[in-house]
Design a protein around this ligand. Structure first.
Ligand SMILES: Cc1cc2nc3c(=O)[nH]c(=O)nc-3n(C[C@H](O)[C@H](O)[C@H](O)COP(=O)(O)OP(=O)(O)OC[C@H]3O[C@@H](n4cnc5c(N)ncnc54)[C@H](O)[C@@H]3O)c2cc1C
Length: 407
């Protein structure tokens, strides 16, 4: 039994969360994406799963009220986020009020999944973009319990995940704030595992963490840092992010995504303000440390934004201006010409062979200083021993920032 058209299924898992009989589990397909699977012996044909599915019953989106460019004034905080750090700023307010924040983390097994944060320490893991589809798990159920208890909840994720949450809840809660990210598509968790395995084989040790978009060499250069057990590795030559940017391994539904529009699912939408330099030179000089595009879509969003106003610098823009730099506001991503040939090769080629054929790493010579180039040409550079993943990440930030500054 299929809950919705498989080509359109976003994997939001609203169906899994709503099923009282635990009859639905998410199972990986041959492209490494999670799809619902119904256990017929447990299913009682109540059809709740079909009714909460946003593909079958689309949610009513919000019309935007305000568009702006924004950044968190605290530089250290901004450095730890992918763009202007607006998410962390909103999330901190909720945690300070004793609330709960949901967002994507990379766990100890390098699985990208949604998790709950109730402390500033837990929130650290949610910062930064993870360029792999996040497994929602049962986080809609957990969030609902807190909402019913009257506790504040911030739920963040891709627009399809926010649509899934809204359909699952079936009503609005005054204590819920939803934040959707601008999203050009989510890469395959299964292929990410293949990539990690290959990186570990090359390194001869386990990968401990990954920063898909470190700002060590600036916001506009996509720079992916892998951190290995015992030794930190800040190697250039990543091949996973280039393949994501070339749209080789996004979920099937992403290529016809209905959420790539100015009508949004969240109370607030956050993204990168690409094209900012031309559009808002009066606001603040672009220091290449990250500027967020923020779209306010509801009164609740307006209030939350008002609440963080003192901590951010922002300037109002028009939606046309935002669209100029961000096509995901008006059209879904396209499949590359070699899409079919790429997937035909996935079975027979290992990651290195695939990368060789399709995913040349970004050229490291066009912008790097002599010193940086030398540094990254050394394949595995010994670093400090580390005790905990969290400590490792902050040390890596420090170390790479230091090298970046020398540049
Ligand atoms: C797969 C993907 C594609 C993206 N595509 C675009 C794009 O085309 N244009 C654009 O402007 N911005 C895009 N972004 C968003 C952008 O990179 C930043 O996440 C956003 O600007 C927020 O930045 P921040 O500094 O406020 O917070 P950050 O701390 O950088 O981001 C943290 C927030 O991102 C969420 N998040 C991170 N990874 C995931 C994930 N895998 N699934 C769901 N939620 C996640 C967290 O839950 C949290 O809410 C994309 C992000 C992802 C994960």
């Amino acid at each position: 039994m299929s809950i919705c058209d498989l080509d359109k299924c976003t994997g939001c898992a609203a169906c899994v969360n709503v099923c009282n009989r635990q009859a639905i589990t998410m199972m990986e397909n041959n492209q490494g994406f999670l799809y619902p699977n119904v256990n017929k012996t447990k299913c009682v044909n109540c059809n709740l799963c079909k009714q909460v599915c946003p593909v079958n019953y689309p949610t009513k989106p919000n019309d935007y009220l305000l568009v702006c460019a924004a950044l968190v004034k605290n530089d250290a905080e901004r450095a730890k986020s992918t763009s202007g750090g607006v998410f962390a700023c909103l999330a901190k307010k909720v945690i300070k009020a004793g609330g709960y924040v949901y967002g994507a983390i990379v766990d100890e097994s390098l699985v990208v999944r949604h998790a709950e944060a109730h402390s500033m320490e837990e929130l650290e893991y949610q910062k930064n973009s993870k360029y792999v589809q996040s497994d929602i798990g049962l986080s809609y159920q957990q969030a609902k319990k807190h909402l019913i208890n009257g506790e504040q909840v911030l739920f963040s994720g891709t627009p399809c995940q926010i649509a899934g949450l809204r359909n699952y809840l079936r009503r609005d809660y005054p204590n819920l704030l939803t934040v959707d990210i601008l999203c050009h598509g989510v890469p395959s968790p299964g292929l990410f595992r293949k990539y990690v395995k290959s990186e570990e084989e090359i390194a001869g040790t386990k990968m401990q963490n990954i920063l898909f978009r470190s700002k060590a060499v600036g916001w506009k250069k996509l720079f992916c840092v892998r951190i290995f057990e015992n030794d930190a590795e800040a190697d250039w030559g990543d091949t996973f992010v280039p393949g994501f940017l070339k749209n080789y391994y996004l979920r099937e539904s992403c290529y016809s995504c209905t959420y790539t529009t100015v009508k949004r699912q969240g109370d607030i939408t956050i993204g990168d303000y690409w094209g900012y330099q031309e559009s808002a030179p009066d606001f603040i000089e672009d220091d290449d440390k990250g500027i967020s595009l923020v779209i306010i879509n509801s009164e609740k969003g307006q209030n939350a934004f008002e609440n963080i106003r003192k901590e951010i610098a922002f300037a109002t823009r028009t939606m046309d201006d935002a669209k100029r730099g961000n096509p995901v506001l008006y059209k879904p991503c396209e499949k590359p010409e070699e899409y079919s040939s790429f997937w035909n090769d996935v079975e027979s080629l290992n990651w290195r062979e695939l990368a060789e054929k399709y995913l040349q790493p970004q050229d490291k010579t066009d912008w790097m200083s002599e010193e940086l180039r030398k540094y990254y040409d050394i394949p595995f550079v010994k670093r400090h021993r580390r005790h905990k993943m969290r400590v490792n990440v902050s040390r890596m930030y420090h170390k790479i920032k230091h090298i970046g500054e020398k540049k």
